[in-house]
Write a protein that binds this ligand. Structure first.
Ligand SMILES: Cc1ncc(C[n+]2csc(CCOP(=O)(O)OP(=O)(O)O)c2C)c(N)n1
Ligand code: SF4
Ligand SMILES: [Mg+2]
Length: 769
């Protein structure tokens, strides 16, 4: 047979062993979801965080359309989501998760437990900068934290690779000699959100199923005939052996990956290797960069090659196990290597990639490559062609002169002007401006409860708003009207702490702030603990006479309903310690800031981006969390609910809240907060909708003062009770619940609302309940 004919035959053979594929146009997140749906993982535990949220959203929407069977479980935070994933994986099935940034850090503790007990799963990380300050764009500071967790780390430079790596992640993780969990890491926004032309396997092609095989766990927690102990207490001398076995598993992965890459190439026609080397064969100067920046750098290589310059790019496809031998081979002729790090390892004199690459080259006695390291692109700062070119020119100059000007530096830093001082655009609100005597609070000497005398409502319009106008909230957003109404009832100095959410994000885009009083943001879930620390410092410094005794500050944490999911633990801690502060939750029934995912306060049947409506699903599956009752059960002095539909009631409760927070301890209040964007209705109907929520008894107005429950408005007593359906019919997100097919959901919601309402009425009537 001629050589040409034999090549044709092997090409044909290769093609016939390939799975059928279709051309599509998808982003990296969508590709992670496509792969997830095809693999049909048993369970996905997740928690929304930009820029990875879309993976769960897309899968949820596919689930609503009946396209896969993955059991989708929304965690209470990433720590919970990672726990759900771990629990599911010890059950012997396939498990998926996706997260970014703080989500990686908040689940970090779970990752070594997963790898240390050798239960495989797949975690997609759309890389994003870690706080603080909060930045939602991409760098590799989250990824670097995972490098010591014992997970295999696969890198996806583009959307196609995200898809491909998810299939390979299942296989390498479940290999009997490996049995390790796997991270698939891709750049936030650049890869997660940009759509590309991609290939997707035909779901009915049995070759893909054959490639994936069936999960075959040698042990799991769901076989009562073979009881096993998972996660025993283990000290020396065993732990070191456990870690050694993990090391051996990584080394086994190192051996198995090339075989897997080959097998995948036969299935898909796409070949991967540990390192992607672009025009490296004779390169004398090279750049080492991770993920999407490598794609940009390739264009610059082509340009410089036209000038006759011997340059190339190296980018790892696998970070764990680190491709040491491949790197040593790739650097054989390279005189100068510029290593780009999209995160710093502060104080170590370089980024993690620089240290690892240098360590790998040091072990090659023949290697003479000079390494330069630049930290670049932090917080999503773009890496342009010009940046890559300037690195090449610097490396070429080093190769020519043999002199390195600066081995380690930052690239893309803009020095500030120390003489330029920030002037506030609006003056601060002074305590005197807010002390207008419009509310008077007296304590009843008999039962210790409070009476509030209030001036007519119109007089409160004179109270200045502590949050300046011009912030970035949607028109009609209820969080600011309710917050302003609430603060009208609070006199004197206030310090505000916002947990992460819409209200936080839209008021403080650096260098601007809408806050005219002192404001603090820490993390999404840790606000109550943070504020309790500040409150105690305030009292301690007053006690030590470092601050004036009459400073009179009221401390208020503002949180969304999502913040009361992920932050429930620290909040209960603050309640148990009974710090003198208050927590105001604006409940807009979802994680609006990240694109309207379900929160535990989202009621049953409501449509969100992770509780979609389709032929196979009708919104959220379970009832809303009763946060007010949870907080009442902690026996703090004062708990209340309110809405902007009843402003007098809200302001009165604010005045009581201030008194209790300053005299007795923690106050918690929940205000129903209108979100026209995600509730899908006009932006000027907040009052009607809020009133309907209360009149349908879905959102009763009441307070629990020193353990005594009082309804502050009873729609039945004033003849205003309406049906739950009348309230739900007002909003686009719930209108589907009025259809004939969704009648059972509406009826279940009515029963639950009625049950909670009757219980409250009984508590109102009986002081001991
Ligand atoms: C540990 C962690 N997980 C996830 C996020 C992403 N995140 C920021 S705000 C938010 C939703 C906030 O919801 P909510 O508290 O209800 O406030 P809203 O946006 O609705 O105003 C999420 C999921 C984060 N910042 N940190
Ligand atoms: S999405 Fe909703 S909660 Fe967020 S700013 Fe817009 S209206 Fe307000
Ligand atoms: Mg919310």
């Amino acid at each position: 047979m001629s050589r040409a004919k034999s090549m044709k035959t092997s090409e044909k053979k290769r093609k016939t062993s390939m799975a059928r594929q279709v051309l599509a146009f998808r982003s990296g997140n969508e590709m992670a979801a496509e792969a997830g749906a095809h693999i049909n993982f048993h369970v996905m535990g997740f928690f929304p965080i930009t820029p990875s949220t879309e993976v769960a959203e897309t899968l949820d929407s596919m689930k609503a359309d009946g396209e896969h069977e993955i059991r989708m479980i929304a965690g209470d935070g990433e720590h919970g989501a990672a726990g759900i994933c771990y629990g599911a994986s010890v059950g012997g099935g396939r498990v998926l998760n996706a997260t970014s940034s703080q989500g990686v850090l908040y689940s970090l503790e779970q990752l070594p437990a997963q790898s240390g007990t050798r239960f495989p799963m797949v975690l997609n990380i759309a890389n994003r900068a870690v706080s603080g300050p909060l930045d939602i764009r991409g760098d590799h500071s989250d990824l670097y934290f995972t490098l010591n967790t014992g997970w295999i780390v696969l890198m996806a430079r583009h959307a196609q690779a995200v898809y491909d790596m998810n299939f390979m992640a299942v296989r390498i993780g479940e290999h009997p000699e490996v049995r390790l969990p796997v991270i698939v890491s891709y750049d936030g926004f650049f890869t997660s959100h940009q759509k590309r032309r991609v290939q997707i396997f035909d779901k009915d092609d049995p070759k893909v199923k054959r490639f994936l095989g069936e999960p075959d766990f040698p042990y799991h927690a769901l076989d009562p005939s073979k009881p096993i102990t998972i996660g025993p207490y283990m000290n020396d001398p065993d732990l070191i052996n456990n870690k050694y076995q993990q090391h051996l598993a990584m080394e086994a992965a190192r051996k198995q990956l090339p075989l897997l890459f080959k097998e995948f190439a036969e299935l898909s026609g796409r070949r991967y290797d540990f390192l992607e080397c672009y025009r490296m064969r004779d390169a004398e100067v090279a750049i080492f960069v991770v993920n999407s920046a490598a794609e940009t750098t390739k264009d610059v290589v082509d340009k410089l090659r036209k000038e006759g310059l011997k340059v190339g790019v190296v980018s790892p496809t696998v970070l764990r196990p680190f491709p040491v031998a491949q790197l040593q081979r790739a650097m054989k002729n390279v005189k100068v290597l510029m290593i780009g790090d999209r995160a710093d390892s502060f104080g170590s004199g370089g980024g993690n990639m620089a240290h690892e690459v240098k360590a790998a080259l040091k072990d090659d006695p023949d290697n003479r490559t000079v390494c330069i390291n630049r930290v670049y692109g932090l917080g999503g700062l773009d890496f342009f062609l010009e940046d890559a070119e300037s690195w090449f020119r610097m490396a070429l100059e080093t190769a020519r002169t043999g002199k390195v000007k600066k081995r380690f530096d930052y690239h893309g830093v803009t020095p500030g002007d120390p003489k330029k001082l920030m002037e506030p655009l609006l003056p601060p609100i002074t305590a005197e401006e807010t002390r207008r005597g419009l509310v008077k609070v007296h304590q009843d000497p008999e039962d210790g409860r409070l009476q509030v005398e209030m001036a007519p409502l119109h007089q409160f319009t004179t109270v200045p708003n502590r949050v300046a106008p011009g912030h970035g909230a949607c028109p009609g957003c209820g969080s600011f009207s309710t917050l302003h109404q609430f603060l009208m009832g609070i006199e004197g100095n206030v310090v505000l702490l916002f947990q992460t959410g819409c209200a936080m994000v839209v008021t403080t885009g650096y260098p601007f702030t809408a806050h005219r009083v002192t404001y603090l943001h820490n993390l999404f879930q840790n606000g109550s603990a943070t504020l309790s620390g500040l409150v105690e410092m305030y009292h301690e410094r007053i006690k030590r006479k470092e601050l004036p005794e009459d400073l009179d500050i009221t401390f208020i944490m503002v949180t969304g309903d999502g913040g009361m999911d992920i932050g429930m633990g620290p909040t209960i801690g603050v309640a148990n310690r009974n710090h003198r502060m208050m927590i105001l939750e604006y409940d807009n029934q979802g994680y609006m800031n990240t694109g309207a995912q379900l929160s535990y306060s989202t009621p049953m049947g409501h449509r969100t981006s992770t509780s979609n409506v389709g032929p196979a699903q009708a919104g959220k599956r379970y009832h809303h969390k009763d946060t007010i009752q949870i907080m009442a059960a902690t026996h703090i002095p004062y708990v209340f609910s309110a809405t902007e539909g009843f402003p007098q009631d809200l302001i009165k409760k604010a005045a009581k809240a201030q008194w209790y927070a300053n005299h007795e301890g923690l106050v918690y209040g929940k205000v129903l907060s209108f979100c026209p964007l995600n509730w899908r209705l006009e932006d000027d109907v907040a009052t009607e909708v809020a009133q309907a929520a209360t009149d349908s008894c879905f959102f009763p107005l009441y307070e629990v003062e020193k353990g005594r429950t009082t309804l502050t408005y009873d729609p039945e007593a004033v003849g205003r009770r309406i049906k739950l359906g009348d309230y739900l019919g007002m909003m686009g997100k719930t209108r589907h619940l009025l259809s004939e097919e969704n009648k059972p959901i509406l009826e279940a919601s009515e029963i639950e609302v009625e049950r909670r309402w009757r219980r409250l009425k009984a508590m109102h009537e009986h002081p001991l309940l």
